[in-house]
Design a protein around this ligand. Structure first.
Ligand code: UPG
Ligand code: MN
Length: 727
């Protein structure tokens, strides 16, 4: 027998469980201590500490679910050809989503698409669809060019066994100087890049670039009334695999450009809406049973990736109820210590292994191979779409360019198509959360589907990570809102989730309720410091046994976190930055995300999807490589952050003075440790504020000093008359 895949539990599981039991006791001890002394502190201090420790305990408890049964999988694509022939492989439709030609440069989208067009897969079974939610002629132009370049690129990759089939990645690793063939193709690529950049910059496709009537007809759709929020459907078949050949006479895979219809009167449902339109358009044209969804920045780094997926799809054991195979998101160009913790190491290297041991990985939006059937109802109850052509088993029997197919494809991409249908509620990608990926995966798991986390040694895909603090926390803010939308929805993981999928529901709940993390971070960043400024002790003295409990809980949680991080390949530097980002996110994106969610659910503002910028600015890249914090643009989200940084600095030094001269040395130790720890964490913020003029606009100084003075005057009100031990 040739195994296609294996599963192995992680060795540290038993230890983790024991530690969880011990730590649970410690948590109860701490809560008991809080209740015991509730009257000896001011109500504000008592209640805020009790609340934040309860939140921490809750987050900790839901986090333990990931540690209950983590597993690691391995697959053996080399055995695949021993059990099935390439002619038996299922067809594969790939969707590449893009939404904004200025934040997502079309040439990068082209690189992503080319990287998957070059998958090592039978070309007659592979179709790549580009979903352009930006409705941009420049993106279509880039793809017209890409189709021409693909004729040279595919044979080149095949001949040279290229693994980085993203041309840009390939040329940046392999210098053309070595051989004329590479030189020639690199030149071709560079010329294409120049033409695309020209069209993006001028905003129009000039006549000299149009080489056929068919192209002219396509670009003519961009009339004066055409805007990204209001335009008809544009579908353009750029490569037809039954007709178009590469330079060596091999057929090429399909390449199809789709920009679904948009109208101001129709909700777009953002990426989920785009993906559902793609599901329908692809159903009318190819209807492959396997669908890969990719963000425009996620390009392939290994042409054999689909074969890994087949190891699961063709194995009767793993195939049953399989809805999707998820690959980790990996990122190119991270700085050596990953200053913004943009690698999401804890999620992709630790926690997803835990999810996988329960019902499977969560859907993370990109690098995901779906079984099309899973998007049409539960395993036992198929929900039929409105027209038979969209049924997951429907066999397309006409060429993709036949008029009837094209007209049906346009019809299903129209913006009114979904009215009074199950799309987005029971079928396809689900609406109602800005984290449509997480929410859709959750709903599939609730329906009884399973999923698989596939983490090969050679990263299957590489994407872009934000390189400024603003981009990063803006992205997190969107996730915070999306999570809360899910946590308080009808299908909340805490209610429906725990009832239908048990522990897995709690695990989903952990990331949905994420933003409440802002409560403990804010409390611990302000309350002990405020008390310190007054020289008031709010924690146990060093000589009291409760002091040891605090020390144990801090070191226990941090220590376990560190060990897991390092065991899964992290370094100390990355871990340090990762824990720092958690502190940064509390008072910034999590706080603002929660407020925005509140305003939006009250109907005061509307939910929107802020696309993450994938443009590299030279100065920003330089700072990023030097691992300097770069605030990007001014944002109110930085105000509480800078405020906390300043308060901790002051309170630490004032506290030091009080300790040197004062009476209650022992009682202030914990507060000093907290303020000191936060201060060390805030170093890059001080650096950006004081030492460097480039990173932090003077705007902060102004807003900070105002807020600080407000805050300090407010702190006076906290003091009880005639009571010097309380604040
Ligand atoms: O109306 C929209 C908005 C976005 N997108 C596309 O969605 C993708 C993801 O958007 P991006 O801004 O890059 O999001 P990230 O913050 O990088 O994405 C993470 O979080 C998203 C959910 O919030 C998921 O959709 C992503 O897959 C996941 O990587 C991009 O390719 C966009 O082009 C659309 O197609 N239509
Ligand atoms: Mn992304």
């Amino acid at each position: 027998m040739w195994p296609l895949n294996t599963t192995e539990p992680l060795r540290r599981t038993a230890l983790n469980r024991v530690f969880a039991a011990v730590y649970t006791c410690a948590i109860f001890g701490l809560l008991y201590h809080h209740v015991q002394i509730i009257h000896s502190r001011t109500p504000l201090v008592s209640l805020s500490l009790l609340l934040s420790d309860t939140v921490l305990a809750f987050m900790w408890a839901t986090m333990q679910v990931f540690r209950m049964r983590p597993i690691r999988r391995k697959e053996f694509p080399e055995n695949l050809l021993k059990v099935m022939k390439p002619s038996e492989f299922p067809a594969l439709d790939v969707f590449v989503c893009t939404a904004d030609p200025y934040k997502e440069p079309p040439i990068n989208v082209v690189n992503t698409a080319l990287s998957v067009v070059a998958f090592d897969y039978p070309t007659d079974k592979l179709s790549v669809y580009v979903s352009d939610d930006g409705g941009s002629a420049a993106t279509l132009f880039a793809f017209v060019e890409a189709a021409k370049f693909a004729r040279h690129w595919l044979p080149f990759c095949r001949k040279n066994n290229v693994l980085e089939t993203n041309p840009d990645a390939y040329f940046s690793l392999n210098h053309a100087a070595c051989c004329p063939e590479t030189q020639q193709i690199e030149m071709m690529y560079r010329n294409m890049k120049v033409r695309v950049a020209d069209v993006v910059n001028t905003g129009k496709v000039s006549d000299e670039y149009i080489t056929s009537d068919q192209e002219r007809e396509a670009f003519n759709k961009w009339t004066d009334n055409f805007s990204r929020y209001d335009h008809p459907t544009v579908i353009q078949v750029l490569i037809d695999n039954g007709k178009d050949e590469d330079t060596t006479g091999h057929f090429l895979p399909n390449l199809i450009y789709v920009s679904r219809e948009k109208s101001k009167s129709c909700p777009s449902h953002f990426k989920a809406g785009a993906l559902n339109a793609m599901l329908r358009v692809s159903a009318t044209m190819t209807n492959a049973p396997i669908v890969l969804t990719l963000d425009c920045d996620t390009s392939s780094n290994d042409p054999q990736t689909p074969l890994r997926v087949l190891c699961y799809v063709s194995n009767p054991v793993t195939r049953s109820n399989l809805s999707f195979v998820q690959f980790p998101q990996r990122f190119r160009g991270l700085s050596s210590n990953d200053i913004y913790a943009a690698e999401f190491r804890r999620l992709f290297f630790v926690n997803l292994l835990g999810f996988d041991g329960l019902k499977g990985a969560t859907y993370v939006g990109t690098g995901t191979f779906f079984c099309r059937r899973a998007l049409f109802g539960s395993p036992s109850n198929l929900i039929s779409p409105e027209i038979p052509e969209l049924h997951p088993n429907y066999a397309v029997d006409k060429p993709i360019q036949s008029p009837s197919i094209l007209s049906l494809a346009h019809h299903v991409a129209s913006c009114n198509y979904e009215n009074r249908t199950n799309w987005g509620s029971k079928m396809g990608f689900r609406y109602g959360s800005l984290t449509e990926d997480y929410y859709t995966g959750y709903r599939l798991h609730c329906e009884g589907w399973r999923s698989i986390y596939c983490m090969p040694d050679r990263p299957a895909f590489y994407g872009d990570a934000p390189i400024t603090l603003f981009d990063f926390i803006n992205q997190y803010k969107r996730w915070a809102i999306g999570g809360l939308q899910m946590a308080f929805a009808r299908y909340s993981p805490f209610t429906v989730g725990t009832k239908t999928i048990g522990l897995m529901g709690l695990a989903y709940g952990h990331y949905a309720i994420w933003p409440i993390w802002c409560i403990p971070t804010l409390v611990y960043a302000l309350i002990p410091q405020l008390a310190l400024l007054k020289g008031v002790s709010i924690f146990p003295k060093v000589s009291e046994p409760w002091f040891l409990l605090y020390v144990f809980m801090f070191l226990g949680a941090y220590g376990q976190d560190f060990i897991e991080f390092v065991l899964e390949g992290g370094t100390f530097g990355k871990w340090w930055n990762d824990q720092r980002m958690w502190m940064i996110m509390g008072p910034s994106c999590f706080l603002f995300g929660s407020f925005e969610y509140l305003l939006k659910s009250l109907g005061i503002s509307a939910f929107g999807f802020n696309v993450t910028s994938k443009v590299l600015d030279n100065d920003q890249s330089k700072r990023y490589e030097l691992e300097m914090f770069d605030f990007g643009v001014p944002s109110p989200m930085f105000v509480p952050l800078a405020m906390a940084a300043i308060i901790n600095l002051f309170s630490f030094f004032l506290g030091l003075l009080k300790m040197v001269g004062g009476s209650d040395k022992e009682g202030l130790v914990l507060q000093m440790l907290i303020a000191g720890f936060i201060m060390v964490n805030c170093w890059p913020i001080y650096e950006a504020m004081v030492l460097r003029s480039d990173a932090c606009p003077s705007y902060y100084y102004c807003s900070n000093s105002c807020l600080d003075s407000l805050y300090i005057s407010f702190s006076h009100f906290l003091k009880r008359e005639g009571d010097s031990t309380l604040i």
